[in-house]
Design a protein around this ligand. Sequence first.
Ligand code: 9MR
Length: 366
Amino acid sequence: MNRRDFVTALGAAAAANWSSSTAIAHAAMSPLKQLADHKGLMFGSSLALKYFTQSPAYKQLFISQCDIATPELQMKWNSLSHQPGVYDFASADQLVTFCETNHIKVRGHTLVWHDSLPAWIPGRLSSTTAETIMLDHIHAVAGHFAGKLYSWDVVNEALDPGSQRQDGLRTSPWLQNIGVDYIEKAFRATAAADPHALLIWNENYLEVSNGFGAAKRRAMLAQLDILLEQGVPIHGIGLESHLRGNQANVLGDASYEAFLAELAKRGMKIFITELDIQDVTLPADVSERDQTVADIYKKFLTATLRQSAVKGVIAWGLSDAFTWLSGYAPRKDGLPARPLAFDANCQPKPAYYAIADALETAPRRA
Ligand code: 9MR
């Protein structure tokens, strides 16, 4: 039995009889960052340092598995600033220092979003003030971290086919008050403030092959063609990939791979930026639930990693003990959510083996 078969068999054993196989599984575990690195890829997770205070084991797990991290909250506008023009970078700086010490790259997240804005913003935004407010924010924040970050999510979730606009753009406060060129202005300002960071458009639902996802893909490619034609410095696309346990038939299919190829053709680097799998609709039985989640990880990542423009996979958390889904999408039966690679005790689940397997079968990047 080769190592991959061994790891797969362990995954199946873990699903069948979790408690007795945990010790062996842990011993056989290769760090995901190492498996990724063998293929010229990065692996990481969202990061909130407060979880490390609650669980030193989680801290060790994080350091062992990740070579890239995204602050879950600390670089959002409402975390950094409570009054116009006044910023407190202490928590975000602490996170960056932790990552520097542990050789973990940091993805800045996120500069221009319609969500997580400070309470003072809505009352102040108008067509005469919005552009200055946005550009001052980019200047202050991207300027503060200049040279320290791997990338910036410059705009976040800027598409919404439900908006009924022809161009598929979200009618966010930025679009409403600045106009469609807020995207171009945001990218150019970030490039000026931090010329070293990769500049990313981070977006949700692009990975889902249904009508909504297809409309988003069309809108994204059309926007990219306009922006790139105008020389806007946009270097990559983030696919959030908050997946669901009942989506197996609309994930990782040929139309998705064709979309990734279209992004690659336009010179985009591609990142999976917020990967998790909501298990709210899945059966209570843990083995069955874990296996369904693992199968989706495997199918989705295998298809994704075939595309060499994909440079990294970042999960939205590592341990089921610390997932936003516990609050956002609690199960009706009250059982804890199991959306991530490691269980609440930081032990690998079938999802871990599925991710490991997809990384091991991925083609090597140049
Ligand atoms: O996981 C994050 C949650 O704790 C926050 O309350 C929420 C609002 O800031 O953001 C969540 O993360 C989001 C990410 O920043 C952007 N894409 C969607 C993520 C899940 O909502």
